[in-house]
Write a protein that binds this ligand. Sequence first.
Ligand code: NAD
Ligand code: TYD
Length: 354
Amino acid sequence: MSTFDKTILVTGGAGFIGSHVIRLFVNKYPHYKIVNGDALTYAGNLENLKDVEHQPNYAFAKVDITDEVAVKALFNHYHFDAVIHLAAESHVDRSILDPLAFVKTNVLGTAILLNACRKHWDGNHEGKLFYHVSTDEVYGSLGETGFFTEETPYDPHSPYSASKAASDHFVMAYHDTYGLPVVMSNCSNNYGSHHFPEKLIPLMINNIKNNKPLPVYGKGENVRDWLFVEDHARAIDVIFHKGRLGQSYNVGGFNEWKNIDLVHLLCNIMDKKLGRAAGESAKLITYVKDRAGHDLRYAIDATKLNKELGWSPSLQFEEGLEKTVEWYLNNEEWINHVTSGDYQNYYDVQYEKR
Ligand code: NAD
Ligand code: TYD
């Protein structure tokens, strides 16, 4: 008999957001057993969890969610009460280079996990939950005005967002068809520590530091809505414990930035931190060929989550960005490890042709 109140599988726990979710749950809920199930792809890094890896309520299992036999064996070993599903291929540019990898992990992998829950729980749903972590990108692109609400029809444009949309539909289909207890959230762009430097903010921080060109796609006028990753983890905690079954909740900070304005803000922060003359880092800005199918604007209306479950973001953007920059400057070893090896190949393919 387990001495824990619940055993929770967190998939993708070695990634950016997953590692923050694991840290929060392991520290806040010593009476929960947290199992990090991750295939350790290029984006998964156990260094992200060094501070919690020896806690008695934490365990790691190397598992590929597209491997049905391995997933079944994991369920038979741990008898999970709940799954918080974050494992995914997560980068839009990579999805343009290799769409099928996204179909495999994001669609098939999610369906395999849902099916494992259905079979393992076998209709005994008391205290069980499948929590699916998704993205605002499933809603497509906004014009100059308006927000995504939970009622906005899905209209994905990239292979990444199409694969996430498909996975969301599978989650809700398992709820409607088999009565599987599910809940879902769709969050805006996250930023913070441990973010792999293929995404805008960590890539720019790393390039500014190394005096490399800052590749801004198109005219830099696309808008993203940025949320501090620890606020997302807090939202997942609240929705996991209090969210209504069969519902989805939008998560976002009402914090829209044009890419070019954000890059300038980062340059200003970095100039100060690195003791450079004002305007020095911004000279590195280089406009490059636009991303294919580039969504113009994302903006989340998180009113439902705020009104129903009382969540709101804790940090102002400038404060969060400063913390983030400081983390990258203080964790040179982390960045050196993740940018060695395959990262360089990806970077060459992605940026040399632009
Ligand atoms: P990430 O790329 O940093 O991490 C993904 C993790 O999943 C890695 O640890 C990787 O090893 C693991 N993984 C990949 N394929 C796997 C497989 N087949 N089996 C098992 N593990 C596998 O991603 P992230 O930015 O932390 O995003 C986590 C989740 O949150 C994703 O589902 C993503 O769609 C969603 N999301 C991300 C953002 C964002 O801004 N990053 C915003 C909203 C939603
Ligand atoms: P990204 O971090 O890849 O997140 P997403 O595409 O999922 O929103 O990109 C954020 C924005 O920054 C997006 O509009 C594309 C743009 N971008 C650049 O201009 N240059 C870059 O090198 C990268 C990676 C992104």
